[in-house]
Design a protein around this ligand. Sequence first.
Ligand code: ARG
Length: 466
Amino acid sequence: MAKASQATWGGRFSAGPAELMLRFSESVSFDHRLAPFDIAGSKAHSAMLAHVGLITKRERDAIHGGLDAIAAEIAAGRFRWDPKLEDVHMNIEQALTRRVPAAAKLHTARSRNDQVATDMRLFFKHACATLAEAVLGAQRALLGAAEAGNDVLIPGYTHLQRAQPVYLAHHLFAWMEMLERDRARFTAVAENANWCPLGAGAIAGTTLPIDREFTARALGFVDGRGRPRVTQNSMDTVADRDLFLEFAGACAILGVHLSRIAEDLILWSSAEFRFVDLPDAFCTGSSLMPQKKNPDSCELLRGKSARLQGNLHTLLTLAKGLPLTYNRDLQEDKPPVFDSFDQSLLCAQVLAGTVAGMKVRRDACAAAVADPGLLATDLADYLVRKGVAFRDAHHAVGAVVRLAEQKGVALNQLSHADVKAVHPAYAADWNEVFDLRRALARREGTGMPGPRQVARQFARWRKELA
Ligand code: ARG
């Protein structure tokens, strides 16, 4: 059943789209959230049209007044979105035309192709700033946790086997570095978004005397010195979806980071580790086993990362085979982007909440890090300081580890005679190596977990996150 002809593009059609086609092709159900950016774009565009004399100042003011009224209605939830009008752009333009006759001139020298590209660039700038702020929130929570446990030592792991002792703060600061790179990535994506597409038209600009730089300035597409930034090729402008990929990529990488952090927390909160107690507010119970407290927030962080990767993959596949320039396929670029934004924001906030309420179990950390095997490498270094070649030292310590295992004692419980029999370089002071605090104090090169280095990182993060 065909509907009455479309007001915006219906001129050459004798029948409107089928009901099914309308349901299939509408995007307003998801792109209505672009309304604030679409309205900002239309205000800037109409201001430019007045500036170059394509509309009068009176027409511009009428358009601005109408757009402000529509913006208020949308914000109040009173605007009726009509799927028959396809998308956010046509819904707003039609509503405006109903109240302001001059709105019929708004689309002069503009296409939905450069319009949607503009809306999305404005969205990306907003989304990147929002996510960078949310990641900052998670980093602040991490700093708080590091402060609370600043003297706690834990084993660091490789292959999920105990490797070497580190300050808990050193481990948390490893997460901090990951999140810092995520924040920088969002800032970089926002910077790449900072070019104004308006004026590219559908594909080949316009014959009308527009001023692209004026529009760019009005929308804040400017460089550090306030100079307008406009895209440099009209075809690329409407076909390019790199930003979508970069944004979804930044979200996917953030997701991978949050997932790895979550995995550490899941392990740490298990009875096998007991390093931390996660807050009840971010855990759930079992409907059957009354004793259970499950780390659901962390498991969902791990799970959501799959979704963020999926969104990136959707966008890569969507773009890869398209001929230049715009194709309607590209309407499908928005749901994955919005989902990546919404879920990344939630994830960063949930990590912040989980970490903020986390309690460190000092007893369990102390017990785990007391394992003298963690300092076997330090014992090899001890032999190196006595002049033994590292490869020989490694072997001489390995033999001592085996001996301790055979005797069923801890590494540092062997007698001096025992170890001296393995290698003559073991002197009477050999087991002073097992003093944990002293062992850490030897690791004071940049980036190492020595107490002075960790203190430096505390100072850095306090300043950076203030
Ligand atoms: N809703 C469309 C999208 O998101 C807007 C652009 C439509 N352009 C067109 N030539 N049909 O892609």
